[in-house]
Design a protein around this ligand. Sequence first.
Ligand SMILES: Nc1ncnc2c1ncn2[C@@H]1O[C@H](COP(=O)(O)OP(=O)(O)OP(=O)(O)O)[C@@H](O)[C@H]1O
Length: 368
Amino acid sequence: MQTLYPNLILDALKNVRYPGSGKNIVELEMVEDDIRIDGNQVSFSIIFDKSTDPFIKSLIKASETALTTYISPEIDVKGRITAKFRHEAPVKADNPLPGVKNIIGVSSGKGGVGKSTVASNLAVALARLGYKVGLLDADIFGPSIPKMFGVEDEPIYMENVNGQDCIIPVERHGVKLLSIGFLVDRNSPVLWRGAMASRALNQLITQVSWGELDYFLIDMPPGTSDIHLTLVQTLAITGAVIVSTPQQVALADARKGISMFTDPKVNVPVLGIVENMAWFTPAPHPDERYYIFGRDGAKELANELGINLLAQIPMVGSICTGGDQGEPIALADSITGEAFMRLADSVVDAVDARNTSMPPTQKVETHK
Ligand SMILES: Nc1ncnc2c1ncn2[C@@H]1O[C@H](COP(=O)(O)OP(=O)(O)OP(=O)(O)O)[C@@H](O)[C@H]1O
């Protein structure tokens, strides 16, 4: 039998129509993001509006038949499809993370400026300072945190907390972490991923035992997207850290990213800018600086907008190889390790200053 994977299952389920609607159960978002595959065993849930839905049994049967007909008769799915009901979903608490003191969004206007590198190393540096730290990789377009922490193949476990099944975050280098890449297949088309992403993200916030944290960092996708909207509607984000390189193109996008947070409808304070790849320093010559992307661009933008420059991080080969090998550079006592420790100090100060001078952030209201 061919190897099974979630999209294969979803494609087969597109043949199951909800009677009278003219649409299939995948289009109607009735298939929960909980497809589990173990050898030839497949299990998942179908979400119905009400437990009185007259088609529960027939749709479960039709789904079993779709998998055995369109994929393989060897699929073992009988009795493994669970019916769930929307109106019985647990009511979302107003604050889904009551044990978390500060929520920090790490964002960039442009992709590839080192946002995930900064988020990972900031998390590790804060943990080295003795804080309790969580890191959520919400970058649907390139979830790279699992690779940077070397946990790509880590199994995900669940535990039951107050009657609710919760995901247990993976713990590495003193940081509790999870990635949207664990739930959403990054090889599936962007549109499909996008549709699943908001739900998956919600699950990674509300159905995870994050526990008590001093800092909860969110590696956001670059630019502006539905994910940003979901985040500001789900969480009261204490402040945003904007990552940019010194080039003009990156700075123009950083400006747009900053305006998204400061828009009166969103109103998330900007804690400051991190200038990444501020200069190149060859490892054997730690005193030399080559300003290959221009000099002080992000520093000047911070001055112009009256916001903090949190740190200037040099460009060094060891950051890149550290990321590739799952060992964030902030663990090392090197120039770059120190730069990230200084960044952590600046972020702690900026959060303290924000909390003493401004009221708590409010979530963006959704209008139903
Ligand atoms: N200061 C640095 N010195 C050397 N390499 C760096 C530095 N910062 C980031 N990199 C490297 O640049 C690449 C892109 O970094 P990263 O994935 O963190 O960017 P990103 O902004 O999160 O990208 P994306 O938008 O694709 O998610 C990675 O290979 C990373 O190791």
